[in-house]
Design a protein around this ligand. Structure first.
Ligand code: ATP
Length: 220
């Protein structure tokens, strides 16, 4: 059983056929990059994989669960537990510290002890070289640090898969390279699995698979 399976994903916006029946299988510990021209539907596809958007037809299976078959509340819980998201703009909450932002998916999940959530949050900040930044607000962090906080947040619940949409799109080349290396370290050391939409060719070349999205279809 593959960790993630998307089958026959179709999505239209009005008369525009953005996704024309896309299949994708991702195994545990794989790093998959999706590239393609602007407007090709990469973000739309990633949103569907992340269960944030529903396709017009098709299926998304994660760890053997038919995600689109879940009801709203179950789906929200499943998403928070199984999927980590990293966006181009980190989307950190401005009024919360780095540590509080990282812990947020743990609080949302419910049923976890605050002490355990905080210790996991601190462990992740340590791992990502942000120990000294735990009590800083996002505005007090550099762009690279903010994005590493977002990575730590994505990892808090030890998700099955991490979906990243242009994660280095807002970073200078050195910070981008550092972030890319971090993804591979997280894969090598902990077996994390990534699907990354990117315009960054260097990252796409580093990935185990580079998929091209074009004209509503995807090819290797
Ligand atoms: N909510 C929406 N309503 C109508 N059309 C949309 C909507 N969202 C996306 N589209 C259209 O669907 C197409 C695919 O958009 P999408 O953002 O998935 O592309 P992309 O490949 O991620 O592009 P980019 O590389 O520029 O981010 C585009 O033509 C876009 O205009």
């Amino acid at each position: 059983m593959k960790l993630l399976q998307a089958k026959g994903i179709k999505r239209n916006y009005g008369s525009l056929q953005v996704l024309k029946g896309i299949d994708l299988e991702v195994g545990k510990g794989e790093v998959v990059a999706i590239v393609g021209p602007s407007g090709a539907g990469k973000s739309t596809f990633l949103q569907i994989l992340g269960t944030l958007d529903k396709p017009d037809s098709g299926e998304v299976w994660i760890e053997g669960v038919n995600a689109l078959g879940l009801r709203d509340k179950e789906l929200a819980r499943f998403r928070n537990e199984k999927i980590g998201f990293i966006f181009q703009f980190h989307n950190l909450l401005a009024e919360f510290t780095a540590l509080e932002n990282v812990c947020m998916p743990g609080y949302i999940q419910g049923g976890k002890k605050e002490k355990d959530i905080v210790s996991r949050g601190k462990e992740l900040l340590d791992l990502l070289g942000l120990r000294e930044r735990a009590n800083h607000l996002p505005s007090q962090l550099s762009g690279g640090e903010q994005q590493r906080v977002a990575v730590a947040r994505a990892l808090l619940n030890s998700p099955a898969i991490i979906l990243a949409d242009e994660p280095s799109g807002n970073l200078d080349s050195q910070n981008a390279l550092d972030l890319h290396k971090l993804f591979f370290k997280l894969r090598d050391d902990f077996g994390h699995t990534f699907v990354i939409v990117t315009h960054n060719e260097e990252l796409a070349e580093m990935a185990d698979r580079r998929l091209l999205m074009q004209d509503g279809s995807m090819s290797e």
